[in-house]
Design a protein around this ligand. Sequence first.
Ligand code: ADP
Ligand code: MG
Length: 229
Amino acid sequence: MKKSVIEIKNLSKKYKIGGDFFTALSDINLDINKGEFLGLVGPSGSGKTTLLNIIGGLDSSSQGSVKVLDNTIEKSSDTERSFLRRKSMGFIFQSYNLLPVYSVYENIELPLILNNVPEINRKDKVLQAIDWVGLGDKVHSRPNQLSGGQCQRTAIARAIVHQPEIVLADEPTANLDAENSHHIMKIMKNLNKDLDTSFIFATHDEKIMSYLKRIVYLDDGIIQKDKKI
Ligand code: ADP
Ligand code: MG
């Protein structure tokens, strides 16, 4: 049996707005295994980003329990959570979030520096990640010299360079045209297959769905359907 990487039990998230509470997630139960290629799918405002951010330790739950790689998130300190994020997770965002003054190489190297990987061991890992995403001719370019697709490929390489167990991707194709969307999905599918990395997407992009192996449908903060393909 495959190892469970994420176990969510009775999770709810309420945001306080003025004197009222708004329920963004309600009684979420979800187990995700190693190597899954899963999408949280639903209309805008259905809670996809909130759930992804809670899994990534970027936001906190109001109730329930979230376990990531055997760490109970609500019982972990800030330091433990940021260590887990740095070591075991990669993040991909709609807007790439690359550092503009850094080159492609330097952007991808950053997670290795944060994980204290010695300089002599970094080069091979960065070049390997650049090779995975096919950016060998852009190593020294800055983000403003790249197309959107190339920026997102840089962000994928940065998310995966330290070989995390889990990659969280929030609307990664939202700023890309169809051709680039398919291109990055194929790259991530290959990484999922070759490295057994678990990928969790938040998306409402039809193009992504054909690549997913499991779709968890959210609506109004509730899981409506959980479909394995
Ligand atoms: P999605 O990613 O599916 O579009 P979100 O998770 O961003 O949805 O948001 C779910 C709901 O929670 C939305 O109604 C949104 O307005 C609300 N929400 C998200 N973040 C906050 C916040 N920080 N404060 C108050 N409400 C929020
Ligand atoms: Mg969102």
